[in-house]
Structures are given as structure tokens and as C-alpha cells.
Design a protein around this ligand. Sequence first.
Ligand code: F6P
Length: 404
Amino acid sequence: MPTIKRIGVITSGGDCGGLNAVIKGVAREAYALGIESVVIPHGYAGLYNLIKMDEVVFLNAERVSKIEASLAGSEAGHSRVKISKIADPHKYERIKDGLKKFHIDALVISGGDDTGSVVVDLSSQGIPCVHVPKTMDLDLQSYSVGGDSAINRIAVFARELKTTGMSHNRILVIEVFGRYVGHTAFRGGIGAEADAILIPEIPVDFDVLYEHMKITYFARIERSDVKAGTYIIVVAEGIKNVNGEMLYDESIPPDAFGHRKLTGAGKYVRQQLEKRLNTDPAVKEFMQKTGMFAPGVYEAPEVREVTPGHLVRAGHSSARDVNFGYKTGAAAVFLLLDGKTGNTVVNVDGSRIYYQSTAEVIKRREVNVSEIAIFESLGTCFGRKPEKFMYEIIEQKGRIARHL
Ligand code: F6P
């Protein structure tokens, strides 16, 4: 068993809900075991620069009590730095010297797939570290803090946008973060009872989306006594265009992990719908029938895109993320004491702490598309012809490891 007297806490990658609970979980558990904990600021940039720092912040009882677990973001700060890419041949020695300077024996590092890949790297360099899963994208093999908070915020934004959508009879396209997978768009969209949800895992057939929109939205307005209605589409930023390419900002170079800044999915969807609305003779007829038609001025319903951007991972953490962050932060201390470097805390279920090698946990998890058909049977459009829900009925035997 390694002797650990002081733990450094790092948060890295995109911030999100639940991270402050992770920090508090580590600090309070360490304190209870007579171990000190300190913040290494600015993610991996701070780890690299530790040697140059005059002091580090101790997570003593007084400092920890000032951290609000229910607030999203991280008191430890973030950066998107890949250690192996730092242009310094002595980077690993420098990091070890920095840790030695502050008598830090081991690290708890909370982050997503990119952060996890650095955990694997640091661990192989002989730096003891345990990973706590964090990402609003939910693309790790295990649950990660930040996912539930982001889903709830997406659901609230999409739901609340209906009031302005209804007032103008607009079709609203809400583009949300999630990188290459559609977990948060999918679950947040369902939470908002969105009419359509577009995710990277399902190539979009815009004719199918347009037909669903026409049927749903036209009928909604025609049925309304005040002829009001909207149609809500939640689109994941990672969907591909007809050429199978993701949409990104070409003016921003890829980050250290090779990711482009995804943007433009909402605009692309809007343009696809506008193209069809402007050439469909049934639209003019509908506008006339519902009293909206104004020649030369208002001949087709408007489509607007809304991009909440960083708002979906800002603000507050959900209670679920605070719970998960607290217990996995605490469990990371036990794993370190048990010498489980290079591993991820997967869950704490009852008195069991589950862990898995970080190299495995960071393998990308996509939306299980076989579940989509049940929502299609309930009326939600996923930009494809609805498929039959192929189910199996299975009796559960024994206990399932739960996340909460
Ligand atoms: O990985 C988390 C995430 O929020 C993605 O969903 C999003 O694409 C990205 O980070 C945005 O990163 P940044 O804040 O660095 O622009």
C-alpha cells in the first residue's frame, strides 16, 4: 500500500456540473483519513507549471466549506492541455519536480476522454493518479458527472423556448453541445418533449424531417383557436451534413487533442427546412388558411436557430450530479490508497466501489440507437423513417449495479 500524505486535485477538459462536489468529496474524505489535499489550478497547464508556483491552495475544512457543490464549473479551474504535446522534452521530470516541491504523493483527476488519456499517460510515467469521470457529453463507458445537469438544462431551455416559438408561430432549432455523440441532445430533447431530435448516430433525412414538421406543426396551428403553434427541434452539434462531414468553425485551429470547434448544425438544419418551405405550394395555402399570409412579406413560417452554447454546462449542478460527484470523489481517495493508479471510479453502489482501467473507460460510447424506435413509436422524429421497436422481454435476476 502506498503512503499517501497529500493528494493534488485536478479538473480538466470542459467544465460542467458536479465538479465541485468531486473536489469536496476528495477533500473531505482525505481529511477524514488524515490526508491533506490541495488544488492544482488550471488543469494540466497548472500541473506543468506547478514547479513555478509559490504556493498551492490547501483544501482544509475552512476552504472546502467555501466551495458550493451545487454550483457548476470547477473551483480548481480548467484547461485543454495534452501533456504529451507540450514542447518541452523534460516535461515529465518537470511535473515530478513540481509534485515533489509541494510534497504531493498522488493525484485525483476529474475529466472526460481527453483528460483520461492523460491519466493513462501520467500513470505510465510513474505518477500515481486516479480518474473521476466527468463530461457533459456522456460519451465515456461509465456515467460521468455533468451529464445529468446538462440534460436538465437542455430540457428547460427547449421547453421554455416554446413560449416565444408559439407567439411567432416559429419553428425553432436548438443546437446543443455534446461533441460527437447525441446523448445530451437525445435525453434533453425527450425531457422537453421536443418534436424532433437530431443526433450524430442517425444520418438525417431532411425530407423525412420536413414531412414530420409539416404534419405536426400545420395540424397544431390549425387546431388552435388562436392559430398558434411551434415546432421544436433539438439538434446535437455533431450531426453531419449531406456529405457526411461535421460542421465546424474553420477559423479556429484544432485543440491539443485534435478537436475542431463544432458549430453550424442549427444553421444547417434551418437552411434545409427553409429551402423546402420556400418551394412547397402547400405552405402558401396553409399560410392563407390560417390568416398568416402577407404577400411579399410573410409567405412562409420562419425558422430560427438558437444556440445556448456554454449555458448548457453552466449555472447549477443537478442533485444527481452532486451525489455522484461527492461519492466518486471520496471513492477516488480509497482507490489511491489501494494503489489503483491509472483507473477510473465507475460507481459506488452500496458499500462497493467499482473501478475500471481508464484506458477502457475513455472508449467512446454512442447512443444505443436500438432504443430510439420506442420514442419514434411515441411520435418523436429522429430525422429518419420511424423504425419498428424490436424488443425483448427479460426477467431481471439478481441486483443491478446502480449509479445512485
Ligand atoms: O466536451 C464538452 C464540451 O462541452 C463539448 O460538448 C463541446 O463541444 C466542447 O466541450 C466545447 O468546448 P470549449 O468550451 O472548449 O469551447
